[in-house]
Ligand binder design. Structure first.
Ligand code: SF4
Length: 548
């Protein structure tokens, strides 16, 4: 029971139930003062203004109107208002077809779009070159790679030129030795022979060209690769590093795959499959993975185990780095994961200890990313500290069975797939909300699934984590994935834990915002965000922080 003014209002389970009181005073119950249901076809601001006006008129006239009536009146006659520009990268209209091995990729840091993607691109181009007829290859004299847009603006801080050169000489992200990339950084004048049939062409970092930063390309991360015979072109291909290590090229069509068992392109559809078939979100994703990729459950679990082991290794390696190590680059940023862990463990308050250690695990993996060591895109390199922190905590500290972690990884992937399908994973398109925001949402799904929550709670947790990253810009200082990125991973991990805690403790049916709405909001925000805040290092912290 509580008292509000002179009116006694009954509260049960957090919801007021005295309808008679509410009928008398439409403003006494906040849930009635603002109508709850907003039609998806109605602009929210217009709706709220109309609703408030109708409510106020009713009070003045002494004729109370229920919330439901107000909602109906407010919506009546309002034309559907949809943003025609609300289409960031959603080109494929069918169901989600992404598979785990496309999504979780092992590769060198610091950036999936600016390091792993460019390396995959030049490796792909190298493969294409090797397939040219022998008489063409015999004429080859040079290989050139041009970087445009965001790749040109911030590539130096991401080691893009070293990654691109590694791909040209036939190295793949998952197997490249980070020492090779470090060697290029320390001795940039090295050149390497590239074998093309009977011919060999020498390449060096001089062949990776930082080209125009502004231009009209299909994607802000554009590259062109050329095989030359003197001034003549033997082969040229335009590529796009579209985020999360995914690559496309001019004329790209997605590879043909088997149809999924449970087709979905929205969270609503995914949850309906789960609820109708009495499955978890993870089981739906597993069934789809088996049909789309034609893999057995054992093969899928073996792949997930490989990824989780790599995540755990990244955290361990980061924690084992010398305390107060200095990370590469002009910021001269000291690492802090080991120090934060050591001090947090000694904290007198249990809650502070928990937040401190989760942060330290995220800092550890993120610092590994900054060192250019191997990390896992979940969904990107910049956000590669978020999920590993939670995987490490669940596996190594709480000792959850592998089965629960595997299911968590499947549910997390589903959230990443939906964000990619209906918005973007690329900071160059959508800012940091598309990286750390998505990583945090995926991690919230991981936690809720690992602890056996219902599909609705999994959705609620993911939604909550993403919602509280909306609008986050990408402004890496000096173009290096360090400030704000490393600490941001710690915040993403802790926010995922908050989302898990709220979602598993609230009444699930009362969670007001659905994940699809939040992903749509992320897409719209991405579209309308000033491009200077999209991984260009032209604004925000990148200009307000002074390096001395
Ligand atoms: S600010 Fe965020 S999106 Fe930008 S590079 Fe850093 S982690 Fe990635």
């Amino acid at each position: 029971m509580t008292r509000q003014g002179d009116t006694l209002i009954q509260i049960e389970g957090g919801k007021m139930n005295d309808q008679a009181e509410n009928q008398k005073d439409p403003l006494s119950y906040p849930g009635q003062a603002l109508s709850q249901e907003i039609s998806p076809e109605v602009d929210r601001r217009t709706f709220l203004m109309r609703s408030a006006l109708i409510g106020a008129t009713a009070v003045i006239l002494g004729q109370p109107v229920s919330a439901e009536e107000r909602a109906a009146k407010a919506a009546a006659g309002t034309p559907p208002k949809l943003d025609p520009a609300l289409n960031v990268v959603k080109k494929g209209k069918g169901p989600v077809m992404t598979t785990l091995d496309e999504f979780y990729k092992v590769g060198p840091g610091p950036s999936s779009s600016h390091t792993i993607g460019p390396m995959r691109i030049t490796y792909d181009f190298y493969q294409r070159c090797t397939k040219l007829p022998a008489d063409k290859l015999a004429k080859a004299t040079a290989l050139k790679v041009h970087l445009f847009g965001s790749l040109s603006a911030t590539g130096k801080g991401h080691g893009t030129e070293r990654a691109a050169l590694a791909g040209v000489v036939g190295k793949e992200p998952a197997t490249v030795d980070p020492a090779f990339l470090d060697g290029l950084r320390d001795k940039p004048d090295q050149s390497f022979p590239v074998k093309l049939g009977d011919k060999s062409v020498e390449v060096s970092l001089k062949d990776i060209i930082y080209d125009a930063q502004k231009g009209d390309w299909p994607h802000p991360n554009t590259m062109t690769c050329k095989l030359l015979a003197g001034k003549d072109l033997l082969l040229e291909q335009e590529y796009y590093s579209v985020g999360g290590g995914f690559i496309e090229w001019k004329g790209y069509t997605p590879p043909k795959k088997n149809p999924p068992k449970y087709p979905f392109s929205t969270m609503k559809e995914l949850r309906q499959h789960a609820e109708k078939n009495n499955l978890s979100i993870a089981q739906v994703v597993l069934a789809n993975e088996m049909t789309i990729a034609g893999r057995s459950e054992e093969e899928i679990y073996a792949f997930i185990d490989k990824i989780t082991n790599a995540m755990i290794a990244a955290v361990k390696s980061g924690l084992n780095a010398p305390e107060d190590d200095v990370l590469p680059g002009p910021i001269k940023l000291h690492s802090k994961a080991a120090t934060v862990l050591k001090r947090a463990m000694n904290d007198q308050f249990e809650t502070d200890r928990a937040i401190g250690v989760v942060s330290a695990w995220a800092l550890a993996a993120s610092e590994e990313n900054a060192r250019g060591h191997l990390v896992i895109t979940a969904p990107t390199g910049g956000s590669a500290g978020v999920m590993p922190a939670l995987v490490y905590g669940l596996s190594e500290v709480r000792k959850l069975p592998a089965e629960k972690i595997r299911h968590g990884m499947l549910a997390a992937a589903a959230i990443g797939y939906l964000c990619k399908h209906n918005a973007t994973l690329s900071a160059a398109e959508g800012g940091c909300q598309a990286e750390i925001g998505v990583a945090s949402a995926m991690s919230a799904a991981l936690l809720t699934t690992a602890y056996g929550a219902s599909p609705r709670v999994v959705e609620n947790a993911a939604e909550s984590a993403l919602e509280h990253h909306l609008g986050m810009t990408c402004d890496p200082v000096a173009g290096f994935v360090q400030v704000p990125c490393i600490e941001r991973c710690a915040f993403g991990a802790v926010k995922a834990w908050i989302a898990y805690t709220i979602a598993t403790n609230e009444i699930e049916s009362r969670h007001r915002v659905d994940l699809d709405a939040t992903i749509a909001a992320m897409a719209q925000t991405a579209k309308e965000m000033n491009s200077r805040y999209k991984e260009t290092s032209e604004a925000g912290l990148a200009v307000s922080v002074t390096l001395c």
